[in-house]
Design a protein around this ligand. Structure first.
Ligand code: LLP
Length: 404
């Protein structure tokens, strides 16, 4: 995505052509950016030959999951819906891992029937339930135990998952208790130790601590795990000044770990694969000026892209046509929803804008469409994929008729 003659391009297509063809708001992905991200991730960890399971919660579009499958990746799912979608995309069950603190009986039954690679269990009660279902079905189920390593991932508070105050995983004591109680079960095969400490982590150091905790845990448990699932969480550069994640360092920490433990590593990345492959294209409906501010009212809202409202997250705003005329006022880019928090960005100074101009909101591929809703009874946007000079719809715009 780049500017040429002041026009914003997505691959070889002028973005203004896309909004003319598909309307707004529109999620627009670059297929080749997605492919590049996958290649980069795979090559960063080539020396340890991991199984990479794309975290479907970050983006569940079927065409995107088909691309994930073509790249050889598996899927990390957290619901029956995501499992069905991953299977529909052709991802093999033996590359699917299932996480989550509250998997219900129906979901567990489905996972057992489909013989997925691992159910990563997070509590004693869940393990009892999996064992009960496995016994009923007379099958042996491969499970992972998720450890809560009590590590501060130093990320947004609302997306940190690895501390004792967070609801995820088993504390060290519970982990060891459960392991001792179930390691001889006839119906369960405890194959994996899993962990996920949070999301949008830009520093490798929390991972380094996490690996130390895992090392310690494996030694204490005296159990042979076939897999260590390290979760996802690698951060991206929503702002240019954010430092980029040091994959080299993380890889070498894992290489050292593997010298001591002969296991297969699993990763569950979402954001690092898909976030920067998409923009949300939107049109200015009105501009409302006050003494202090210019409210730029867009046709996209917090129901289309929830991250700024929910976490105060930053997403850049880009004009589709640059005019290089500066307006010094504070610009608040807001949506039409009746909530003060329906605001994408407040920024001092922007280029001169007028009503009906088009804007792109950047880096929305992860937790963009997948977190969207019908709040205010607004239909969800269309998703479009750009591949060099061509565009295609990968999910139709919702029709009002279907939600009313
Ligand atoms: N594995 C597990 C068990 C997870 O809970 C998550 C994300 C991932 C993998 C993928 O993490 P990633 O590589 O994408 O960071 N909605 C929030 C993010 C919530 C993440 C939840 N878990 C956001 O928009 O920032």
């Amino acid at each position: 995505m780049y500017f040429k003659n002041n026009k914003f391009f997505i691959e070889k297509i002028e973005s203004l052509k896309i909004v003319k063809k598909y309307g707004t708001p529109t999620y627009c992905y670059s297929l080749n950016k997605l492919k590049k991200n996958i290649e980069n991730f795979q090559s960063s960890f080539k020396s340890i030959n991991p199984l990479i399971c794309f975290s479907v919660k970050s983006n569940n579009n079927l065409q995107i999951l088909k691309e994930i499958k073509r790249s050889g990746m598996g899927a990390d799912v957290v619901s029956k819906g995501e499992m069905i979608q991953a299977l529909k995309a052709g991802i093999s069950p033996n590359k699917i891992v299932f996480s989550g603190v509250g998997k219900n009986t129906e979901e567990l039954k489905f996972a057992i029937e489909k013989k997925i690679l691992l159910i990563n269990a997070e509590s004693k009660s869940e393990i009892i339930e999996i064992e009960r279902l496995a016994r009923l079905k007379k099958s042996i189920v491969n499970i992972g135990l998720r450890l809560n390593p009590n590590i501060d991932a130093r990320t947004l508070k609302k997306i940190s998952t690895g501390k004792h105050e967070d609801k995820f995983g088993l504390t060290e004591i519970n982990f060891l208790n459960v392991l001792n109680n179930f390691k001889d079960s006839k119906f369960l095969n405890i194959k994996c130790l899993s962990v996920h400490i949070g999301s949008q982590i830009t520093d490798y150091k929390p991972y380094s601590k996490m690996i130390n905790v895992l090392d310690d845990m494996i030694n204490k448990s005296n159990h042979v795990f076939d897999y260590i699932d390290l979760g996802g969480g690698m951060g991206v550069q929503y702002k240019k000044k954010t430092k980029s994640f040091n994959y080299k360092k993380y890889n070498s920490i894992i290489e050292n770990f593997l010298k001591k433990h002969k296991v297969k590593i699993i990763f569950e990345p979402g954001r690092s694969i898909i976030a920067n492959s998409a923009v949300l294209l939107t049109q200015i409906i009105y501009i409302k000026n006050t003494n202090k501010k210019s409210f730029v009212i867009l046709d996209a809202a917090m129901n289309d892209l929830m991250r700024p409202a929910l976490y105060g997250s930053y997403h850049g705003v880009i004009p589709l046509l640059k005019n290089n005329k500066k307006n010094k006022k504070i610009h608040d880019f807001v949506g039409p929803i009746c909530e003060t928090t329906d605001k994408f960005l407040s920024i001092k100074g922007f280029q001169n804008l007028k009503e009906k101009d088009f804007i792109a909101i950047s880096d929305v591929g992860a937790y963009g469409m997948s977190l969207s809703s019908n709040y205010n009874l607004r239909p969800k946007p269309v998703e479009v994929m750009v591949d060099k000079k061509s565009t295609k719809i990968i999910l139709r715009r919702q029709k009002l008729l279907n939600i009313i």
